[in-house]
Design a protein around this ligand. Structure first.
Ligand SMILES: Cc1ncc(COP(=O)(O)O)c(C=O)c1O
Length: 444
């Protein structure tokens, strides 16, 4: 595997190597020792890689002074992770009361955060306003009405963006522009005039400052961002001309891809930033607009490569001429991505092995679904029960999407940094599993 220049173009965290014992080591931590100390399954986040990914983003976009980077909390939200991100000066894209609560719990203010989502509840809207959220990205007519009512009750003028469907659909390697906008998210461009009229004439407690779009995830194309910005700025210009409203902000969403396996080839964050800045320059010049404040809200490309998952190998099933299964002590409940959308991963045996006896195996989870397969047909070095398996690039959308399927306990998460390790999410306990589980008296 060739080492590439930027972290999202690598599969492994920085400073991953085999140590003198032959065990896998990340940031000075022996992976086998970590598995022994904290047990498996275990999520591991390398703070140095995470920090470098964030710093790369900041550096890449520093050429455009008016950039606000919001971390898409849905990718990974724990108090310690949020603290690291907040300390580096980023804001947050949040989509629920739970995500806001986690930030507040970590003593992080919401004054740099955007509240996204297609069905925000009244309770969530109130919570966001009461806790000083910077702005809402409004998604639909119902939300505008409810948000205006609540803001009015609270005697507040609430800053908002409008989420639009820009008519650009990404399919990872290529994209199409769609005539119709078949998405549950955002306003169709054909409805924007209605929205502006409502804001101007009825919804006096809303202050519209910009447009927002998010075109997809795990994107390898750069042209989509160029075109997306064209759509956002063209629409801003049209609104300016027709309604005499100057929108000073655009939010281009997240989506930059990362490398899960050798077949992935994402552009670097520097390349994306150049394309974004170029598109803003070109479009503002063409349309005669002032340069807007830019919001970007990456999730995966800020955290994914910093995370690995550790499992202990267990039972094997060899089907002659068909497939060799080997099962781990976790699976689809701690990482639903392969069973949800056939996501692929790279993995290695972490413990020392003298012999290099490569064997093609399929890594099965332990959950009661045939589709609970973490990796199909991967070559591993002589995999045996009790070996420790390290799956790379699991920092995003694994813990945040995890469940208690089969009443399995959610794994712990540790943060590592230069030989140190700290628990940042405790392993769930059986008591916690049943703490909300009630038998009504009449059944006792
Ligand atoms: C509105 C919005 N912003 C940002 C993101 C983050 O995307 P990614 O993790 O691909 O960067 C998402 C992901 O679904 C999203 O829906």
């Amino acid at each position: 595997m060739t080492e590439k220049k930027y972290i999202n173009q690598n599969i492994k965290p920085l400073n991953t190597r085999r140590n003198e014992k032959g065990n896998l080591e990340i940031s000075g931590c022996d992976i086998v020792e970590l598995a022994k100390k904290y047990s498996t399954p275990l999520y591991v986040i390398d703070e140095i890689t995470l920090t470098k990914m964030i710093e790369d983003y900041k550096k890449a976009f520093s050429k455009y002074e008016k950039t606000n980077i919001l971390f898409a909390s849905k990718a990974l939200m724990t108090s310690a992770i949020a603290k690291i991100i907040d300390n580096l000066g980023l804001g947050f894209d949040v989509v629920s009361m739970g995500e806001m609560h986690t930030l507040l719990n970590a003593k992080i203010k919401l004054n740099k955060s955007s509240f996204n989502g297609n069905n925000k509840s009244k309770q969530e809207i109130k919570y966001a306003i009461d806790n000083g959220i910077d702005h809402f990205s409004c998604d639909n007519f119902y939300e505008l009405k409810v948000l205006n009512e609540i803001a009015k009750e609270k005697n507040k003028i609430q800053k908002i963006h409008l989420r639009i469907t820009p008519g650009i659909e990404c399919h990872t390697h290529d994209y199409i522009k769609t005539g119709q906008n078949d998405s549950k998210f955002g306003f169709d461009l054909s409805r924007i005039d209605e929205v502006i009229n409502l804001i101007l004439n009825e919804y006096k407690n809303l202050k519209l400052t910009g447009l927002h779009a998010h075109i997809g995830s795990q994107i390898f194309e750069t042209r989509v961002y160029y075109d997306e910005i064209g759509v956002l700025l063209n629409e801003s210009k049209r609104i300016k001309d027709k309604f005499n409203i100057e929108l000073s902000e655009i939010n281009i969403g997240g989506g930059l891809g990362i490398t899960y396996t050798d077949s992935d080839n994402p552009p670097s964050v520097y390349k994306i930033a150049d394309v974004v800045i170029q598109s803003i320059d070109d479009n503002c010049k063409k349309l005669g607009l002032n340069k807007p404040i830019l919001y970007v809200e990456p999730g995966r490309s800020l955290v994914c490569t910093s995370g690995v998952s550790l499992y202990t190998l267990g039972s094997c099933k060899e089907i002659e001429g068909i497939r060799n299964y080997i099962a781990v002590d976790g699976g689809m409940a701690d990482n639903p991505r392969p069973s949800m959308y056939q996501a692929e991963y790279f993995a290695e045996i972490a413990n020392a092995k003298d012999n290099k006896k490569s064997k093609k195996v399929t890594i099965a989870g332990k959950f009661c679904e045939s589709g609970d397969i973490l990796i199909k047909d991967i070559d591993l070095n002589d995999p045996k029960p009790d070996d420790i398996l390290c799956i790379y690039a699991t920092g995003a959308y694994c813990y945040s999407m995890s469940s208690n399927y089969n009443n399995m306990l959610k794994p712990a998460m540790v943060l590592i940094n230069n030989g140190k390790s700290d628990i940042i999410v405790k392993r769930q306990t059986l008591e916690q599993l049943s703490q909300n589980d009630i038998v009504p008296d009449r059944l006792k």
